[in-house]
Design a protein around this ligand. Structure first.
Ligand SMILES: [Zn+2]
Length: 269
């Protein structure tokens, strides 16, 4: 009985509008400090090779707006519940966040204004882009990495992606996963993630057929790099590619099927 009452109390608290008053206050304070940063006009000093400050004048233009996200990065939380992830994102010491979290029942939780920089990518690279956080929206799916993604969760994801793609004119090929941009560190979203379904809906690329072998002089490393993968650790890049496009195995070897898939995907870039 006591356990039941406690459960009701926790449920009531987490559903009440005041439950996140404290984190809202911290978020507002941080936004205020960003506003202060924006109001500094003459802060930038440029030095020449003799360490002499150049004469830089600030003359305000009247035409500007906020910078916009151009990528969407999909993650699985690798945690056991939505509550656990919200807690992680509510503690300053964790230094991690995302713009959205989607529960297994399909509920979308918006954590940060899309125009602000969430901390979800970490050290990452895609093509020549090395500051992924600055140009992306991060979406976390409540999933521990060991189980398939719930259909309702994927449906909500597709709806959210559609609105983001339209709002920010995000290119189809710029919907990618955390493992794609951080192959040495990350493996999310897992092998269960339905990348083909996403591609069928206009989010990310997928191969048309895998029945044509590439030419004998096909440079696999160059192909991976052309798609966007950081190939400084080639084995890790192969694993990341297979996690996304093959999903049968994630061994760091390109078998014939994998080579055909890579050849087909490569030709789209
Ligand atoms: Zn991640």
């Amino acid at each position: 009985m006591i356990k039941y009452l406690l459960f009701c109390l926790v449920l009531f608290y987490s559903c009440s509008p005041n439950a996140y008053q404290k984190t809202q206050k911290i978020q507002n304070k941080k936004i205020d400090s960003l506003k202060n940063e924006l109001s500094i006009k003459t802060e930038i000093t440029i030095y020449d090779s003799l360490q002499q400050a150049l004469d830089v004048q600030y003359i305000p233009t009247v035409n500007f707006g906020l910078r916009k996200p151009n990528f969407v990065i999909i993650h699985h939380t690798a945690q056991d519940s939505v509550g656990q992830t919200i807690k992680t994102f509510s503690l300053s010491r964790t230094q991690v966040s995302a713009h959205y979290l989607i529960s297994q029942s399909g509920k979308i939780i918006h954590l940060l204004n899309n125009n602000l920089r969430a901390w979800h990518a970490g050290a990452a690279q895609w093509g020549n882009v090395t500051d992924i956080n600055s140009c992306s929206i991060g979406i976390e799916l409540d999933n521990n990495g060991l189980t398939p993604f719930a259909p309702k969760q994927i449906n909500s994801l597709l709806t959210l992606l559609k609105s983001l793609k339209i709002a920010y004119k995000i290119p189809t090929k710029n919907f990618i996963g955390h493992a794609d941009i951080a192959p040495m560190r990350k493996n999310d979203p897992s092998i269960f993630f339905p990348w083909k379904l996403l591609s069928d809906n206009g989010f990310g690329l997928w191969y048309d057929s895998a029945d044509v072998m590439p030419p004998t002089d096909f440079d696999f490393e160059n192909a991976l790099r052309r798609i966007g993968y950081d190939t400084s650790n080639l084995n890790a890049a192969i694993v990341a590619f297979k996690l996304h496009f093959v999903q049968i195995d994630v061994l760091p070897t390109l078998f014939n099927w994998d080579k055909c898939v890579l050849w087909n995907v490569y030709k789209k870039y």
